[in-house]
Design a protein around this ligand. Structure first.
Ligand code: ATP
Ligand code: MG
Length: 321
């Protein structure tokens, strides 16, 4: 059951990415799994090339530091040729309506004056990422469910129209920490694109900064520690985070705390300890750029080798070449 999942270097990797995605990938990894830094996906909105390059490097280091084997991590653009080819095939398998219906597209497009075409077609490239590697499982946060569903549809459609070549993938959503919320605004998810928000804890934040951000987390005026995401989203989010760091469920934890202050202290310390080894290892890796480049090349070779036969078959079946 090969798994594939990625993280977009649209900002620094944060606690939501870590608990909902990266830490799980590392904990459950199998030899066939592949994880990647989706730098091409970061181009769907305005960005700076030099920042993208730096964040790609940093994100790659974080994944390795979190415990994913170096030959199981690659950078998307190292396969730009293969992905570009399959992307076109899949764009021509997908309808305009299917792409325009994506919630993420509607949300992100709504915030902008000028919408890049790539923001609309992004799910086709994501489907290419998945189908090219023959992934059957795609571990994602709940925000990516719909995109994996589309990849599924496109795989089936291509297979039945042109011939069997793609494995049909399915999304697996984390049972816990699938949607960590922004600490300063618990009505929205913690996101890289929120930039330097005080509600976003970054994996590389120094302990004191983590402490300050958690202490300032928005709660409510009910005054009781309960796990009730609808009524008490801020408090429930803290319980969710604490539970994920301690590998336990948020329900049981609620009874252990009688004040918001105590819950915040416990959460801050748990987050700091959870992130410490990743932060320290990432710094070491970034200090040795040559070794990092060699790791990146190894991952790219492995991913490209795995992709090649499937890409050739798909192009042939589509009537190309
Ligand atoms: P962006 O704002 O640029 O979309 P992001 O924070 O949503 O960034 P992605 O790169 O889109 O991060 O997602 C990487 C992985 O992290 C995906 O599996 C996604 O589902 C998961 N993820 C993202 N945000 C959260 C969150 N707040 N809680 C849990 N998982 C998350
Ligand atoms: Mg996202």
């Amino acid at each position: 059951m090969p798994r594939l999942s990625g993280v977009t270097p649209s900002g620094h990797i944060h606690l939501g990415n870590h608990l909902g995605a990266v830490a799980r990938w590392a904990a459950e990894r199998a030899p066939d799994d592949l994880f990647f830094i989706s730098d091409m996906h970061a181009m769907t909105v305005s960005y700076r090339p030099s920042t993208l390059r730096t964040l790609t490097r940093e994100s790659f280091a974080v994944l390795v530091a979190a415990g994913i084997d170096t030959d199981s991590v690659f950078v998307q653009s190292d396969l730009a040729g293969e992905l570009g080819a399959l992307n076109w095939v899949l764009e021509c398998t997908c309808s305009y309506g299917e792409a325009a219906r994506m919630i993420q597209f509607k949300e992100k497009a709504g915030e902008q004056q000028s919408v890049r075409l790539g923001l609309l077609t992004y799910p086709a490239l994501m489907a290419a990422d998945i189908l090219l590697q023959g992934a059957t499982e795609v571990p994602v946060g709940s925000d990516q469910d719909q995109h994996v569903e589309l990849a599924r549809t496109l795989a089936r459609r291509f297979n039945s129209e042109y011939g069997e070549v793609f494995a049909v993938p399915r999304a697996t959503v984390a049972p816990t920490a699938a949607r960590i919320l922004d600490l300063s605004d618990p009505t929205r998810k913690m996101a890289k694109s929120a930039g330097s928000s005080v509600g976003v804890v970054q994996v590389l934040d120094e302990p004191d900064l983590v402490r300050r951000k958690v202490r300032r987390a928005v709660t409510d005026d009910l005054g009781t520690v309960r796990y009730a995401p609808d009524d008490q989203p801020g408090v429930s989010n803290l319980l969710e985070i604490l539970g994920a760091c301690r590998a336990t469920t948020p329900y049981g934890l609620a009874a252990e705390y009688s004040s918001y202050g105590a819950l915040k202290e416990a959460t801050a310390e748990a987050v700091i300890e959870h992130l410490r080894p990743v932060r320290e290892r990432t710094k070491e890796l970034l200090a040795d750029p040559d070794e990092l480049d060699r790791s990146r090349a190894r991952g790219a070779t492995r991913a490209a080798d795995r992709a090649q036969p499937r890409l050739s078959a798909a192009l042939r079946l589509a009537g190309l070449r």
